[in-house]
Design a protein around this ligand. Structure first.
Ligand code: GH3
Ligand code: MG
Ligand code: MG
Ligand code: MG
Length: 313
């Protein structure tokens, strides 16, 4: 094989960055000094970061609800509640416990730094603020928050999206497809006789089956296709731009791959599994996600009664 060159590496890195499609993050800045807000906006605002300024700390709760920021920059000394007080209050509210908060203080003394962490802040920045340092600290926090958000949306066993975030993703794909007057196919997949797999080969073996099927589904299809674990041994795939017929062709290739896989039972035996699927397409079978899920589920049941290891559309 051809050696992996620096150009290949650069191209791969570019694809990875493009695949991440970073959404814009929003930072809320609270400071009683309009000049300080202007300076922070100037330092932070970019293509990736939108900055919203707030001069009155009394309006913090409203502003949080309205702008739903990804990160909060709080001045410490303000008329009314201090940045410390506000931070402590936020940490006692379930909705804002995880929000990254950076305190900005003119004091660099140890007691101020300790008070910042005791109030529940993630970090502090001292005035005068160094633009590069501020940007680096904010970006690091935003990246951490993004990663933990992403992890919370994924099922640990299969690496696929959990039902709720998956449904959100599917909803936006569906309206995208309808706007572009393109079809979208929804596939319900269910492992055949999985209870028997657990009974015969053990629950850990069953878990390994789900992990490998999840990885396979995660690796196949296109990036914009949505794949999720519906629950138990059930998966859902949303294929943008595919009719039920073309989705069936794509899915049968994946099912053929599954049929080729061998799994190890907890007692060392080797076994195989099959999958059944039901497909519904938009707009032909329905235009809402609920309707498509209902039709796909009914067709999955038909695949089961018609003998399993098959796709119904
Ligand atoms: P069918 O072909 O009709 O789909 O039969 P089935 O046995 O697959 O269907 P059923 O719904 O009766 O059983 C599903 C089983 O999947 C039951 C449950 O114990 C098992 N299961 C659900 N989630 C997990 C999991 O995370 N790990 C393991 N090992 N088993 C699971
Ligand atoms: Mg101030
Ligand atoms: Mg099932
Ligand atoms: Mg099953």
């Amino acid at each position: 094989p051809r050696p992996f060159t620096a150009t290949d590496f650069a191209a791969a890195a570019e694809r990875m960055v493009a695949a991440r499609r970073p959404e814009r993050s929003r930072v809320l800045v609270v400071d009683d000094d309009p000049e300080a807000i202007a300076a922070l906006v100037h330092a932070l605002a970019s293509e990736q970061i939108e900055v919203v300024g707030l001069g009155d700390a009394h309006r913090l709760m409203e502003a949080l609800a309205e702008h739903r920021p990804d990160l909060l920059l709080l001045d410490v000394q303000m008329p009314g509640p201090s940045g410390f007080d506000l931070c402590r209050i936020l940490r006692s509210m379930p909705a804002w416990q995880e929000l990254p908060v950076l305190l900005i203080t003119a004091h660099v003394g140890l007691e101020f730094r300790l008070a910042a962490f005791q109030a529940g802040a993630d970090d502090y920045i001292s005035k005068p603020v160094l633009k590069e340092e501020l940007r680096a600290r904010v970006q690091a926090r935003l990246e951490r928050a993004r990663l933990s958000r992403e992890r919370a949306e994924r099922d640990a066993l299969t690496g696929l999206m959990l039902r709720r975030p998956f449904i959100e993703g599917l909803r936006s794909r569906l309206s995208e497809a309808q706007r572009q007057q393109r079809p979208l196919s929804l596939c319900f997949l269910d492992v055949d006789r999985f209870k028997r797999v657990n009974d015969k080969y053990g629950h850990l073996a069953g878990d390994r089956v789900l992990t490998r099927l999840g990885r396979l589904l995660g690796a196949r299809f296109r990036r914009e296709d949505v794949r999720g674990r519906w629950g138990g041994e059930e998966f859902v795939v949303g294929l943008l731009g595919e009719t039920a017929a073309s989705a069936k062709a794509i899915l049968s290739r994946t099912m053929a791959e599954v049929a080729e896989m061998t799994f190890d039972g907890d007692g060392g035996e080797s076994f195989r599994v099959t999958i059944s699927a039901g497909i519904a397409e938009s707009p032909g079978d329905g235009t809402t996600m609920e309707a498509l899920l209902r039709v796909a589920d009914a067709r999955l049941n038909r695949a089961k009664t018609n003998g399993r290891n098959r796709i119904e559309m």
